[in-house]
Design a protein around this ligand. Structure first.
Ligand code: CIR
Length: 268
């Protein structure tokens, strides 16, 4: 597979390992922005999480399942805790005080695969804001990640010969990967009004309807693309382009402002 404009480089590397974190009872109190606050069915969340884990496992990804931690309601969104680069893993400094302790429970596992470096204050960087495409790291800024966080990423990336492109987030986007993700080489799925597509030069977009905005948080795994059930039109559009899709019901995580990428931390 090759990136648009650079046929020699892969667009994204496929995960060998996916770290996931089980759903605590306290997930019912996770951070979310909808008002009035929707009720979260934790049992249903657990069964949706298990279906996601089983699918990763079936696709030959080695799944590392970390135990639930009641102290951290948002800990199933494990992607936010680290940014995995080629040689190092950046342990993130998360924006929300209730999430800042989450990294501690993941670090020992990540350290098996990469040298861990910690992002220091005043930098704030969340894994959900970093989209790696080939040798470029796109980083969402203005949502959870701040400029100092983007600069910390840029410094680490430069040591690996990678470039960082800052993507200012608009339209209420929580993280960059809440609103744009790679479908396959040269093709991205994005939610309109949340970022400037010109920053992704050389890519074509499948645009996601406002009503199906959750769909932009899709996850390519090997030959398939995982898509939420909440985005049937997007799924249809992808299939028409010859993309193999697998649909997931993740309603309880969408209530918590999360999506398919957030539920695993993938390491190649
Ligand atoms: C939060 O507000 O931090 C969580 N409720 C949702 C995090 C979702 N993570 C992601 O988009 N990468």
């Amino acid at each position: 597979m090759a990136a648009a404009g650079n046929p020699t480089r892969p667009v994204y590397r496929m995960p060998r390992v996916a770290i996931v974190r089980d759903v605590p009872d306290s997930y019912s109190r996770c951070l979310l922005r909808a008002s009035p606050r929707p009720e979260i069915d934790v049992r249903l969340a657990r069964s949706q999480h298990s279906a996601y884990v089983e699918q990763l496992d079936m696709y030959g990804v080695e799944v590392v399942r970390l135990p639930a931690d009641e102290r951290f309601p948002d800990s199933p969104f494990v992607e936010d805790t680290f940014v995995i680069l080629r040689d190092v893993a950046l342990a993130c400094r998360l924006a929300e005080p209730t999430r800042q302790g989450e990294v501690e429970g993941v670090v020992a596992e990540v350290a098996k695969y990469r040298k861990v470096e910690h992002v220091e204050a005043p930098a704030v960087l969340e894994g959900g804001d970093v989209l790696a495409i080939g040798e470029t790291l796109f980083v969402g800024v203005g949502g959870r990640t701040n400029e100092a966080g983007a600069a910390a990423l840029e410094k680490a990336a430069a040591r690996e010969g990678k470039k960082v492109v800052r993507v200012p987030l608009t339209g209420g986007a929580l993280h960059l990967k809440s609103v744009v993700n790679a479908v396959r080489p040269g093709l991205l799925a994005g939610a309109k009004g949340c970022f400037d597509p010109k920053l992704f030069a050389g890519h074509e977009f499948v645009w996601v309807d406002e009503k199906e905005r959750a769909g932009a948080n899709l996850l390519p795994i090997l030959a398939a693309v995982y898509v939420t059930h909440a985005a049937p039109r997007l799924e249809d559009a992808l299939r028409h382009r010859g993309v193999s899709t697998i649909q997931f019901e993740i309603s309880e995580f969408e209530k918590g402002d999360g999506g398919l990428t957030c539920l695993s931390l993938r390491i190649d």
